[in-house]
Design a protein around this ligand. Sequence first.
Ligand code: AMP
Ligand code: MG
Length: 432
Amino acid sequence: MNGHCSTWSSDSERRRQGLAVERPRVCRKWGHGFRHGGTVAVLVIGLWGSGWLMSAPPVSGTGRWVQRTWVVMGTYLTVRILHEDPVYAGRVLDDVIGLVQDLDRRFTLYDPSSELWALNRQAGGPAVPVSEPLWDILEQAIAYSRETKGAFDVTVGPIVQLWGFLEGPRRVPSDEEIAQARTRVGYRKIDRDPSRRMVRLATPGMVLDLGGIAKGYALDRAVERLRQAGLRHGLLNFGGEIYAMGASDGVDRPWTVAVRHPRRPNRAWQTFPVQDMAVSTSGDYERFFVARGRRYSHILSPWTGRPVETDVVSVTVVTPSATEADALSTAFFVMGPEQAQALVGSDRCRYVLWIRQQGDRLVEDPRSVWPPRPCPATTAGVREFGSLAVRQMGGPSVGTTLGVAPQIAYVCLVVSGLIGARIWATTGCFYA
Ligand code: AMP
Ligand code: MG
């Protein structure tokens, strides 16, 4: 369990939003956090008392499903795997969470002892040696920046900060402030020396923010570790980023995953089967504020320095790589279907679903490449996606995590239930 969380909003701002103010700090790393107001807390405690907490997963295929949920990177990570030996499976899960916690400690923007913090602090100064994972994620992030012509850009930190999405208060800044902050944004200002694995942020005041890619990256590393341990079937849900490995019955049945309805949190927009793919959704509903009747979302356009203001409300990307799905869903939200359509297609095994607002209706953009199809390059497994994950295995279960760290109390709720015939859902994104 990770307890390094930042002060996110002032008491008055939190009161305006109807949140409790007795807990002064909210866990909100990686662009996600937990709304821990009364309703959620009561629900968690109620479920706990009902004895449904982490009920045993059903037996399937030739083994037994073992599932655990942790709070890490400011959200929840649920991993469910199939193995004949639950003791071995438990050890593998310990290993996986250790790995993800290690990435969290390195990549967090909120902990002065993190590696990312140290790198950001040296902005405008000398080059800094970085660890292999930080180097690796930066390499991938920069590659996606190039491919998306800067729509995805991990140097967006200064504008994310300016609009109050890092530490609050959320507000609409002046044009001068935006212009000033934009001088500190741009992935080309990241200088790298591969021979010595050193990184230099060329401009003072630059802030790298890995919130748009870190969970996907961590999922890929976790899946890699599971495969190394000989596991073939499992489902990983990292605060809505999903990876489905192998089969949902441990044999050949694909996992069924749902795209969350952008305006109805507990409803599925659509379900689809997935195998050995990652699913990631970026939506305007995840974190936003409303000022003078306008909705400002947490995904910012590096080109304008402003939150993306289009009729796109959610973008779901399905690809074999979770890092790619995460980065591209963020990028495609910025780019919109017109610009992004050249980067997707079944030939590249990149599937995308754009949902747009048309008047008071939500519609799927015809340029979507949907539904996803199995890709020849991938083999076993399945990935889920989004804030809602649906599976085809019997037996309802409910998992909750209630964490109290020195400076914060946070609540994470994962509900997996039978919504209709043989449909499972996982909800858990309670955004602060
Ligand atoms: P996601 O939910 O994966 O779309 O990521 C959104 C988060 O990524 C935000 O909360 C910011 O921390 C960060 N972010 C916002 N805009 C961008 C952008 N254009 N490129 C990269 N990261 C971004
Ligand atoms: Mg993303």
